[in-house]
Write a protein that binds this ligand. Sequence first.
Ligand SMILES: O=c1[nH]cnc2c1ncn2[C@H]1C[C@H](O)[C@@H](CO)O1
Ligand SMILES: [Zn+2]
Length: 331
Amino acid sequence: MNYFNVPKIDLHCHLDGSVRPQTIIELARLQGLSLPSEDIDEIKTLMVAPETCPNLDEYLSRFELPLSVMQTQEAIERISFEVFEDAAKENVKYLEVRFGPQLHQQQGLTFGQIIDSAVKGMRKAEKRYDIHGNYILSILRTFAKDKINDIIDAGAKHLNDGVVAFDLAGSELPGFCHEFIPYAQYAIEKGYRVTIHAGEQGSGQNVHDAVSLLGAERIGHGIHIKGHEQAYDLVKNQAIALETCPSSNVQTKAVDALSDHPVKAFHKDGVLISINTDNRTVSNTTMTDEVRKVVEEFNLTPEEYFDIYKVSVEHSFASEAVKQHLLSFAP
Ligand SMILES: O=c1[nH]cnc2c1ncn2[C@H]1C[C@H](O)[C@@H](CO)O1
Ligand SMILES: [Zn+2]
């Protein structure tokens, strides 16, 4: 299989984790910010998480540098355009990008300005390349909750027209879902779809909670349903699609090694999975690399790859018209 040419779909990609190192240098110059280094390799080292981090929190420390230059509308629009451009150039046909609007207010931007800029950059790339996309708004679960409904309101302007879903991201503590029930309900009432990071650093119970308490239709990672029978059965029986991110899962020690990743076992047992990047820069990866790793590690046939591709299409938050277009790439 030609991993570069094969059509691909990425449903789990963070904007701030996918910034080109060269763009950081250029934006810092334009914004008059001083960087720890002007050397592209050193900047890259600061942005890429080690092959194995002690935990998810160490991985999350790699977002500070990119976020420092993502505080203006121009910068957010440019980075949004570039993420879609990079993906389009490796034959990603559909990309859902997520980010946390709360992380882009260091210079006083409103949630509306932040979300508008991200959508604008995506639209520019969609005009230039054969790629479609949507945004997911990630709420940082360790932040104060008083602004969450404002973010949901600001994104509603683009709902089903550039913004499609609500997510919870950041460090994962046991039982975190209980505190977010009213916010997820508010988002659903407004028309948002729901995907939640769960079962990555935390237990399978968090996945069970995300589905049963927050109405998650998809789960970011979900690795730890393995060994939690109730969560496993719920995900399987309710056809919840897991957004697996193999390289990231090895880095954050969600799995000890790629060979231990349950992705193939899940797929064989009828648990729905998709293959995604998580963070193109922080995980030093591309969709081509992620597909290659999974196909080669687990000896997937082209038919099995396209089964996964179709699961990604069906469980994407794309419009029916875009889904039909994406299915036309599968044999
Ligand atoms: O894999 C992840 N798990 C939990 N949180 C994550 C992951 N990757 C990125 N994030 C956080 C850090 C970013 O600043 C934030 C919004 O994109 O989401
Ligand atoms: Zn993620």
